[in-house]
Design a protein around this ligand. Structure first.
Ligand code: NA7
Length: 876
């Protein structure tokens, strides 16, 4: 951001405890907190006054898009009492006045050098301090360098040829003249239809004689229904201000709200319409983003909301062609920042307002007179650029920052920003970012996120002082773990599919990574709190208090797996091992009945095959390209500790494996314990493989292309069938896919110690399973514990292990032992998964890439190319 004019202060060379860059919401509160700590601090801002984003963005119609009752500080009860917002969504001048008042109430201006831009920050390793320089020649030494420089503060350049040629007036919404602009009688162009464009266009249209809007991407927008602050919110606040603010801090978006559990895909037409219209009438972003629980992750659910918004646009705009051009169709709703508007779409019904769709008619260049598109030359008196910002990293990278060993921040972040909690980055000790990349920031109510970050930083500085530490810095492990968690959270949503500024896609050359943390304000706050309560896990702190490094990763479970665990814990179900086998089976069946069904396959047929103890039921799944068969066959054995499970229990997983791999899947229901104990299940498995091999052709299979697969105890008997087939001289099995298999009865490995409690399959439950299945004396038999058997000449294997599974380490041991015995093995690590999560098709979205790897392994078992496999990306 260019420096604003102002009285030039004298250059200073000084020492402070902290330097704070930025005097908006975050910088002001940070300065306040530093004072509370008794620390000396200096603030800098390029603007001539406080306000940050609200200082610069003075375009007509500029308002916040979070209700102002919530878009406010909560740290100062007197300020809360003194200030009454005049509207539901306050205007820029009102918000600026509020920030001025906040600064004045606490006398913060005296700590801030205005009209001054910080140009560089260098960490001095000898001094353990930052050296900060400014464009006014100041040189300041400080212990802590705090970037409170905003997420949307560096305007993006116009990137249009000839932009400098235009002889008329040029305005940027992000740097609007303080005296305002009168467009009366002028021919005006607006380029850009993000929030700034959508807010300003209706007001510019009131003055201009002609208004032409150049739209590259139509945006979703809903009416703000602005007016007085909503009465029920004011009542909630006045009744229990602390409770309200507390609820905001522990909400998903930073505004108190009850999240819905209504799924768009399963709701009735009436419920869908009712929920949508209620959100439309409410006119709040989090309302319309939360019509359905699944609209952020399920394309079909998202389409319902998007389709209803498009209907509204078509109703609002008279000209059908213009209406169609204004309907967003290239991104899912919410994956680009949606807008709140006042009469935006209706503005296009005015005779002097015209929309130019740049997708059909791109801008070729800007000329002295106006704008040339592929089809037409336009003449204008003024051009308004509402073209957005270099979001989230722009302001951080605008300063020449070097950390340890001269490491430059821009170089470190060339592949995309890497942070711990969005607060700090390794190699840059004592550099704090307020709402940095990797924190909820722009996806949340910024004021709540800002206060949380500032409070965390202040607490961290206090704790360091108390413990005698001078420096703090995240470890590489903690940081990469957090980056991975941020990516995991985004990966299960639709967000990464859009070319948005959340993805860095609006700035040419910027790496495409999802910048904010989408796991929610509440989950994020919990992670930050957990880091502190675990002795600053993931940080290294040094000073006279010693050299303390608590290395580790704060969140390593897949976010959707964690969510499922939380929901299950909330159900308060009895532990399975406290039930009889019959009751446990009934409980499992009831749970299975409520699941999503799994993907479509061409054909599902049930049958029976002969088994050693009577007929064995089986279910055959034929892949979509049924007419192109024959296909390889996978004989599948369900999980359930030899006690539970049946043809229904693993049905979604079988469908998924069938659809992804293009193989026929024959799921076999073997005999269960305690009715039929060891080795009944293993014998049934071997018999089933023999029968399928003998009947390959009639089942639609390719002779010689039969593999086995199984999950958990099913993995146990699948691999035991391979042992038995080898020993019997056949049939030849092409490969074995073992998903979290049981391969021994000892429960001594580390994964039992780590995961034996709290992740559904517990040590107690595993003991219950073994007790039902086999006598202790039998458990060393290789047909019960295949890890103890002869592993030579077994079929190629793919072994899947899950991080949070007590069985993890025996699976790993089996993979190693097979490899040592000369068996080709592929080990797939299901990062952040539990024993059961991979089977939760359509629920645990993060399991999909792992199941894609399983299907790939199945395909690799068979020599001929597998036909009929569908694209993995189309399966949830
Ligand atoms: P946004 O939301 O980034 O919007 C910028 C708009 O400008 C968007 O429609 C862009 O189209 C468009 N744009 C950008 N560059 C060009 C060029 N070269 N040619 C044509 N159109 C272009 O910024 P805002 O200032 O409106 O809002 C930022 C945030 O501030 C907002 O989300 C709120 O959180 C507050 P594109 O979509 O990239 O095709």
């Amino acid at each position: 951001m260019t420096r604003d004019s102002g009285t030039k202060p004298a250059a200073v060379s000084a020492q402070f405890d902290a330097v704070v860059v930025g005097a908006g919401f975050s910088g002001l509160y940070m300065l306040y907190q530093l004072r509370q700590l008794g620390m000396s601090a200096k603030g800098f801002d390029a603007a001539a006054d406080v306000g940050g984003t609200w200082y610069w963005n003075r375009y007509p119609g500029a308002r916040c898009d979070i209700p102002t009752t919530d878009y406010a500080y909560s740290f100062d009860p007197e300020l809360e009492k003194e200030w009454i917002w005049s509207e539901k969504y306050a205007t820029q001048p009102e918000i600026l006045d509020y920030l001025r008042l906040a600064a004045d109430r606490h006398g913060l201006r005296s700590d801030i050098e205005f009209s001054t831009t910080v140009t560089s920050a260098h960490w001095d390793e000898g001094e353990n301090r930052w050296k900060i320089t400014t464009d006014r020649g100041n040189e300041i030494w400080c212990r802590y360098y705090i970037m409170a420089s905003g997420c949307l503060s560096i305007p993006k350049s116009a990137e249009i040829e000839g932009a400098g040629q235009f002889a008329g007036q040029v305005y940027f919404t992000s740097q609007w003249p303080h005296e305002g602009v009168d467009f009366t009688g002028q021919r005006v162009a607006v380029i850009g239809t993000g929030s700034s464009g959508i807010q300003s266009i209706p007001l510019i249209a009131r003055q201009a004689s002609q208004l032409t809007v150049f739209q590259r991407t139509p945006n979703f927008s809903i009416p703000a229904h602005n007016g007085p602050a909503p009465a029920e919110r004011l009542v909630q606040l006045s009744d229990d201000r602390d409770g309200y603010r507390h609820a905001a801090r522990w909400s998903r978006g930073g505004i108190p709200a009850e999240p819905t559990d209504v799924l768009g895909v399963t709701a009735s037409e009436d419920v869908r319409r009712e929920r949508f219209e209620a959100a439309w009438d409410q006119g709040e972003l989090f309302g319309i983003l939360g019509v359905f629980a699944d609209q952020g992750v399920n394309p079909d659910s998202n389409d319902i909301v998007a389709g209803m918004i498009r209907e509204k646009i078509r109703l609002a705009v008279d000209d059908p062609e213009t209406a169609e051009a204004l309907c967003p169709k290239d991104h899912y709703f919410g994956t680009k920042r949606p807008c709140l508007d006042t009469g935006y779409f209706e503005t296009y019904n005015l005779p002097h307002v015209r929309l130019v769709d740049l997708r059909k008619q791109p801008i070729i260049r800007i000329t002295e007179e106006g704008i040339d598109t592929a089809d037409q030359s336009f003449e204008f008196d003024a051009i308004v650029y509402a073209t957005g910002f270099d979001a989230m990293t722009g302001a951080l990278a605008a300063v020449d920052v070097t950390g340890r060993g001269g490491l430059s921040l821009t170089e470190k972040w060339a592949p995309g920003p890497s942070t711990y909690l969005g607060l700090m980055t390794a190699g840059f000790p004592n550099l704090f970012m307020i709402t940095g990349p990797g924190s909820p920031s722009v996806l949340s109510n910024m004021t709540v996120s800002i206060e949380q970050h500032v409070d965390w930083v202040a607490g961290c500085l206090r704790d360091m002082r108390d413990a005698g530490f001078d420096t703090i810095e995240p470890t590489a492990l903690a940081e990469s773990g957090w980056d991975e968690h941020v990516r995991d959270c985004a990966a299960i949503t639709l967000h990464p599919t859009a070319s948005s500024w959340y993805m860095g896609a609006n700035v040419p050359g910027k790496p495409r990574v999802f910048l904010p943390y989408i796991g929610g304000v509440n989950a994020y706050r919990q992670a930050c709190d957990d880091v502190v309560s675990q002795g600053y896990l993931g940080f290294r702190r040094t000073g006279r208090g010693g050299d303390q490094c608590r290395d580790g990763v704060i969140r390593s479970m897949q976010p959707d797996v964690a969510m499922v665990l939380e929901i299950m814990a909330g159900l308060g179900l009895p532990p399975i091992q406290t039930l009889s086998a019959g009751d446990a089976r009934a409980l499992m069946a009831a749970a299975a009945a409520t699941r999503p069904p799994g993907p479509e396959v061409a054909e599902v047929t049930d049958g029976v095959m002969p088994g050693p103890g009577g007929d064995l039921p089986y279910r055959l799944y034929r892949p979509a390209a049924a007419d192109q068969g024959p296909h390889p066959i996978v004989v599948y054995f369900h999980g359930g500790g030899w006690v539970l499970g049946d043809l229904d229990s693993d049905d979604p997983l079988c469908r998924d494996l069938c659809a992804r791999s293009g193989a026929v899947v024959v799921s076999v229901n073997y005999r269960h314990a305690p009715e039929a104990r060891f080795p009944a299940a293993a014998q049934d498995a071997f018999t089933a493989v023999q029968w399928v091999d003998a009947n390959t052709v009639s089942l639609g299979g390719i002779p010689g292309q039969v593999a086995v697969a199984g999950w958990s105890a099913g993995g146990n008997i699948a691999t035991v069938a391979c042992h038995l087939a080898r020993d019997a001289g056949g049939p030849r099995i092409a490969g074995q896919l073992l998903i979290n298999p049981v391969v021994e009865s000892e429960m001594m490995r580390q994964s039992y110690a780590e995961n034996g409690d709290g992740y559904i399959l517990t040590t107690a439950l595993m003991r219950w399973f073994w007790d039902h299945y086999a006598d202790p004396a039998e458990r060393g038999d290789p047909r019960a514990a295949p890890l103890l058997g002869n592993l030579a000449d077994l079929p190629s294997a793919c072994i899947v292990t899950a991080d949070f599974d007590p069985l993890r380490d025996e699976g790993v041991a089996y993979a190693r032992a097979l490899d040592a015995a000369g068996v080709p093995v592929r080990h797939v690590r299901a990062r952040g998964h539990t024993h059961t999560s991979l089977t939760m098709v359509g629920i645990v979205i993060s399991g999909a890439p792992v199941r894609a790897q399983m299907a790939g392994a199945l395909a690799d078992f068979f020599p001929a190319p597998v036909t009929g496999a569908v694209s993995n990306s189309s399966i949830g």
